[in-house]
Design a protein around this ligand. Structure first.
Ligand code: PLP
Length: 426
């Protein structure tokens, strides 16, 4: 394969006319394909359908400790759900609170509480002139949406293959008291599928924040979402490391069963130190009498324990793995050696991250759309929707069928080639 940059103008023009003919042919098919959002496919959702049978009108809805799930009570969640999520999150049960159906909701509320009431006695952020968050990029658009919503200034921190650039993180956190938080997706990150190295986690745990109310927002959404049994990333447990480093209160850890059972109808959890949880409970009790215990019980009766979750995730992996591999195979065959793009090959999570030549991502997304392929908007993986290089595109292979996915990837690859040629032609 000759890199496009080494082709002559005439060679590029010839290539372009062939690719354009193929593009016009495909466009005429009037396809409608979606590679935009990280949603499980119907086949994956079917894996959890027996959850609908575990609680019926004859079921005993009394929990292990005698709590009747049908009634009010139990702010923290039922004991067995706490145990299940604690095991999944690798933390002690007493350091977990079970919430409702969405961890994003818990993250929003956690930022909202800090804005209005402060964190463990510190000044509420809304009374400060400036509040800043560090945002590893590319990252999860909805994290950035929360901080933007509250008017928090977001600072880009480049991702590296081992996690966020820790030299920069340490500089900002240890020197600037206006930096109050950092968004992290530490395992199989959204969108690159990167898992933070041991050193990165140690450096996080050993930060010396200038702000006493600085917190790491550790969103471990993909903690059990491996694609392979024999090749898995391993992440060090952050709560324990923070405690060892003398920073027990510095982290909030979030997770949920959204992409394990049913997104939007799963259970979410937060793990943190005793002091943090005490404060959170005191505000939570104003907000709610308790979350959906019936759904918590349904999850526990279905999965039984964390081993049940692990086995269940293997079934998800069997469905997801060929989809990831199909996309990556097409990228390698069609784009390998052309030097017009690079992509990640994650061992888990929900996304593949694609980087085009600078200044091409928006045009690629628009081109693919012309032929009926919806991609996540270019820029979405950056705060304020602004990718400084206009190069990152998040690919979500989970939702389409394998046939749709191959077609969508072919169209994507064609779009990348056409836009890159235009860029090189100037
Ligand atoms: N965190 C990350 C990193 C995600 O990618 C997603 C969904 O795509 C969520 C959180 C949403 O989780 P939940 O459904 O628990 O709100």
């Amino acid at each position: 394969m000759t890199a496009y940059k080494d082709l002559s103008r005439d060679e590029l023009l010839e290539l372009k006319s062939g690719l354009e003919a193929r593009f016009t042919e495909i466009k005429a098919k009037g396809l409608k394909l979606d590679m935009s959002r990280g949603k499980p496919s119907a086949e994956q959702l079917n894996l959890s359908m027996e959850m609908m049978d575990v609680l019926n009108s004859g079921a005993n809805l009394t929990c292990e400790d005698g709590v009747d799930c049908r009634n009010y009570g139990g702010l923290d969640g039922i004991a067995e759900a706490k145990q299940l999520l604690a095991d999944m999150m690798e933390v002690p049960k007493d350091n977990v609170i079970i919430f409702g159906n969405s961890s994003l909701n818990v993250m929003y509320d956690t930022v909202a509480r800090a804005m209005t009431h402060g964190v463990l006695g510190s000044t509420p952020w809304c009374k400060l002139d400036k509040v800043k968050f560090l945002c590893p990029v590319p990252g999860y658009d909805r994290h950035f949406g929360i901080t933007e919503h509250f008017g928090i200034e977001m600072i880009n921190i480049p991702m590296t293959p081992t996690g966020p650039d820790m030299d920069l993180v340490e500089k900002y956190v240890n020197e600037d008291p206006a930096v109050k938080g950092i968004w992290c997706v530490p395992k199989y990150s959204n969108p690159q599928g990167i898992t933070y190295s041991d050193e990165t986690v140690f450096r996080f745990a050993n930060l010396k924040p200038a702000a006493e109310d600085f917190r790491i927002y550790w969103d471990n959404a993909y903690c059990v979402h491996h694609l392979y049994e024999d090749k898995q990333d391993y992440l060090i447990e952050i709560l324990t490391e923070c405690k060892k480093a003398g920073n027990p209160d510095m982290v909030y850890k979030f997770s949920s069963t959204s992409k394990i059972s049913f997104p939007g109808s799963g259970i979410a959890a937060l793990a943190a130190s005793d002091a943090n949880l005490k404060e959170i409970r005191s505000m939570m009790q104003v907000q709610t009498i308790g979350h959906d215990k019936v759904n918590q019980l349904r999850h526990v009766r279905f999965f039984k324990d964390v081993h049940g979750i692990v086995e269940h995730m293997k079934k998800h992996a069997d469905i997801l793995r060929p989809k990831f591999e199909a996309v990556i195979d097409i990228f390698e065959k069609e784009l390998g050696g052309l030097e017009i793009g690079s992509w990640t090959k994650p061992l888990g999570g929900y996304f593949i991250s694609f980087d085009s030549m600078d200044g091409c991502a928006k045009a690629i997304v628009a081109k693919a759309k012309e032929a009926g392929v919806v991609l996540t908007g270019a820029g979405a993986t950056f705060p304020y929707g602004k990718d400084p290089h206009d190069s990152n595109i998040r690919i979500a292979p989970s939702y389409p069928t394998p046939e749709e996915l191959s077609l969508a990837t072919d169209i994507f690859v064609l779009s990348v080639k056409l836009v890159s040629i235009d860029k090189l032609l100037g």
